[in-house]
Design a protein around this ligand. Sequence first.
Ligand SMILES: Nc1ncnc2c1ncn2[C@@H]1O[C@H](COP(=O)(O)OP(=O)(O)OP(=O)(O)O)[C@@H](O)[C@H]1O
Ligand SMILES: [Mg+2]
Length: 310
Amino acid sequence: MPNPKRFDISVVGELNLDFVLYGLPARFELDREYIASDANLTLGSSSAIFAHNFALLGNRVAFHSAIGEDAFGEICLKRLEESGVDASGVRRFSGRKTGITVILPQPEKRYILTYPGVMAEMRFEDLDLRRIEEARHLHLSSYFLQTALRPRVADLFRYAKEAGLSTSLDTNDDPEDRWEGDVIDVLTWVDVLLPNEREACRLAQRDDPEQALKFLADKVPLVVMKQGERGVRARRGKEVFQDLPKKVDMVDAIGAGDSFDAGFLHQFLRGAKVEECLRYGNLAGAFSTTRSGGTEAFRDAAYRKAFFAA
Ligand SMILES: Nc1ncnc2c1ncn2[C@@H]1O[C@H](COP(=O)(O)OP(=O)(O)OP(=O)(O)O)[C@@H](O)[C@H]1O
Ligand SMILES: [Mg+2]
């Protein structure tokens, strides 16, 4: 049956670059100069990494976001357009700055410092709702970074549901670690919730991830809890699913969660079984870790095709 919608997905969220510096020494003292072992300026931000990688998996993506009037914003747009994302819903805020994130990876974890820029200024009124409706599905990530939009995210999700779209949410971390109740109100309109383990616990206000998963699955039809190298656990009602990722040579885990979301939703929107969605999510998540940043592995078409074919 032909699909009457213009896009498979509308992604609403932040758009900024990641500046990644490798080789952080174990001791990092003030007023001393250290030499990084490598550097990479690449497309960052959860929503943009998701949109970029989801487009490269073969989906029609409309991206709704904001940049400032600067070179960082232009690089972001160029990267998105190269992936096939339709970025005409990205607004330029004149005289303002695009955000940037500095990442200092260590062997297991990483330091992350973000200047939000206009991502904190984009409001519900800045969104083109008619255009958002032109997709089958709505995805939003980084709930807590979008401070101006946040009070109306529930309205946005309700609007999408009423217009017949399915919906998904990846809140990511709350930098203030407050996890206030407004996000729980949004869940009423969410079909798929995609937290990591820590985020699931904070959202549910439970210490035990399994209890958190159960609490959230009472509110959302499908909860998918990412567990880093341990893969993923998911719950639909009383049914629990789990899947392990492939072993890979990891460079860094930047954007692995967003890449997981892209793989998962790629299958979900094709009506695949939960098991297949999880398997594909893990494949995309593991793949993303094999190159620097969140989009470098996906950008290499030959490498991407070979990995997914194997
Ligand atoms: N070391 C690894 N080996 C293989 N796959 C991995 C590894 N680390 C992460 N992944 C894949 O990436 C997915 C997401 O990982 P993680 O739990 O770090 O999500 P996240 O914290 O939401 O990530 P992000 O920092 O992008 O928001 C995992 O479910 C898994 O599929
Ligand atoms: Mg995440």
